[in-house]
Design a protein around this ligand. Structure first.
Ligand SMILES: [Zn+2]
Ligand SMILES: [Zn+2]
Length: 188
């Protein structure tokens, strides 16, 4: 993976994202997500220094963490890349969903993913799932909504089986759209 990550500096793309590890987290997972953001979206990815666990977002009764609060906190930062992707090992949820693999601001700047529910099966599979969720959530930041095409990374997954059945790539329509949006950012 180191090769893949260091190759990023050679890219001419200007569109940029900071990956922000929150709390104790598998650094290899973060590197793999960064490499896939680069390879699939052409987005330069920098890995920031790890931050503390987002204790402020704990929901004691649910024993989970409020994804929207964490996103709001990351949004308050004005320094760094225009896009940010938080990565946590904690279990995250929203007011309406019992859990989420990830959450993001549609057409915004911030996304968040959790590695918490990806660990079933082999480590390789867990890394692949992390990459899928990372690229999916960043797709939302770029303005893409869920796609009806089941062979597309922007298709919604409600469980691990559905997530595993998705390819680590976009359908041609979503691919076209992400390329168009990244190019628009690069020419700003
Ligand atoms: Zn989604
Ligand atoms: Zn699609």
């Amino acid at each position: 993976m180191n090769d893949l990550v260091s190759d990023q500096s050679k890219s001419k793309a200007k569109a940029h994202i900071d990956l922000i590890p929150l709390g104790r987290i598998d650094q290899l997972a973060v590197s793999i997500i960064a490499a896939n953001l680069q390879a699939i979206l052409g987005l330069n990815s920098d890995i920031s220094k790890p931050r503390p666990d987002p204790d402020y977002a704990l929901l004691p009764q649910r024993r989970q963490f409020d994804a929207l609060k964490i996103i709001k906190e990351l949004y308050r930062e004005t320094h760094g890349a225009p896009f940010k992707l938080g990565v946590t090992a904690l279990d995250i949820c929203t007011p309406i969903l019992t859990f989420v693999y990830g959450e993001s601001q549609l057409g915004g700047k911030i996304a968040l993913i959790s590695l918490n529910r990806l660990q079933e099966g082999s480590p390789d599979l867990a890394y692949e799932r992390a990459a899928k969720i990372g690229v999916h959530e960043v797709g939302h930041i770029l303005g893409l909504e869920h796609c009806w095409e089941v062979r597309c990374l922007m298709h919604f997954s409600r469980n691990i089986e559905q997530l595993d059945s998705l390819p680590l790539q976009f359908c041609s329509a979503c691919e076209f759209e992400t390329t168009r949006r990244i190019r628009a950012l690069d020419s700003e």
